[in-house]
Design a binder for this molecule. Structure first.
Ligand code: GLP
Length: 260
């Protein structure tokens, strides 16, 4: 079962996750992080930025993004390459040559998935994967129906996801229809999954992912197949969890020796 961490605010959630990541990086300067886009991970990156300003060295850390839009120029401010550069690389002072994002350019799109899988294989494995969740239950861009064995490949976004993400663009028409995303099988290979969710809008997908049936109709439920998952949520995102009392009880009785 995933460990459920109830945070009072997004900032507190960011601190919990950043503090754990800082410990990993201090212990292994070559830690391999899986990074996510969207608004959810931003408090983590902000808190990591504070650690970097305090002297934590991220220059040998590698990072692998979950996904990228297809056909959006990398220079576009909403390409996930741009977002990861701005929100993560610049915040922590990572070495851009160690930060990887799937290649969404149309010219070589047929091989984008296998090329990214080869990069991930060469990394030696992701130590900690940060995840958000979409209102459709997607993790990465694995929309409902994605195979639990899927690897990095091109996917078609649902209309709901395009509508959700239109807030980052001038109009819905500008939101790409296709993406390249790590598969659920790829994500499940990371050593530790840390899923964050904030706000009432995520409550249903979160409860279905944590407590619902394991089903490709709810891609987030793939986390139930992983041996080491931490779910960090605010009260609103946690509001539909059936076993909330138990999660609070477990948190209150967490053995001091147990890390995240
Ligand atoms: C995006 C990303 C996901 C992200 C999700 C939620 O489209 N591909 O990795 O987790 O949707 O976004 P947000 O965190 O902004 O709610």
């Amino acid at each position: 079962m995933a460990e459920i961490v109830l945070a009072s605010t997004k900032e507190a959630a960011g601190e919990v996750v950043a503090s754990h990541i800082a410990g990993l990086v201090a212990g292994n300067p070559e830690t391999v992080l899986g990074v996510a886009t969207g608004s959810t991970p931003l408090p983590v990156y902000e808190a990591l930025g504070a650690r970097a300003r305090d002297g934590l060295d991220f220059s040998r850390v590698s990072a692998y993004a979950l996904d990228e839009y297809v056909g959006l120029p990398v220079e576009h401010p909403e390409s996930y390459r741009s977002v990861i550069t701005k929100e993560f690389v610049e915040a922590v002072g990572a070495d851009p040559s160690r930060v990887h994002v799937p290649d969404g350019s149309l010219e070589r799109i047929e091989t984008a998935g296998e090329r990214y899988e080869a990069l991930l294989a060469a990394s030696g494995g992701v130590d900690l994967q940060i995840l958000g969740i979409g209102t459709t239950g997607h993790i990465g861009f694995n929309e409902p129906g994605s195979s639990f064995g899927s690897l990095t490949r091109v996917k078609t976004l649902t209309e709901q996801t395009r509508i959700d993400n239109a807030r980052f663009f001038d109009s819905l028409d500008e939101v790409p229809i296709h993406c390249v995303t790590q598969g659920l099988g790829t994500i499940l290979r990371a050593k530790h999954l840390v899923l964050l969710a904030f706000g009432e809008g995520k409550a249903e997908a979160l409860a279905a992912s944590v407590e619902g049936p394991v089903s490709s109709s709810m891609p987030g439920s793939a986390i139930q197949l992983h041996p080491h998952v931490t779910v960090v949520v605010d009260d609103a995102a946690a509001s539909r969890l059936k076993h909330l009392d138990y999660y609070r009880w477990a948190a209150d009785h967490k053995p001091a020796w147990q890390g995240l």
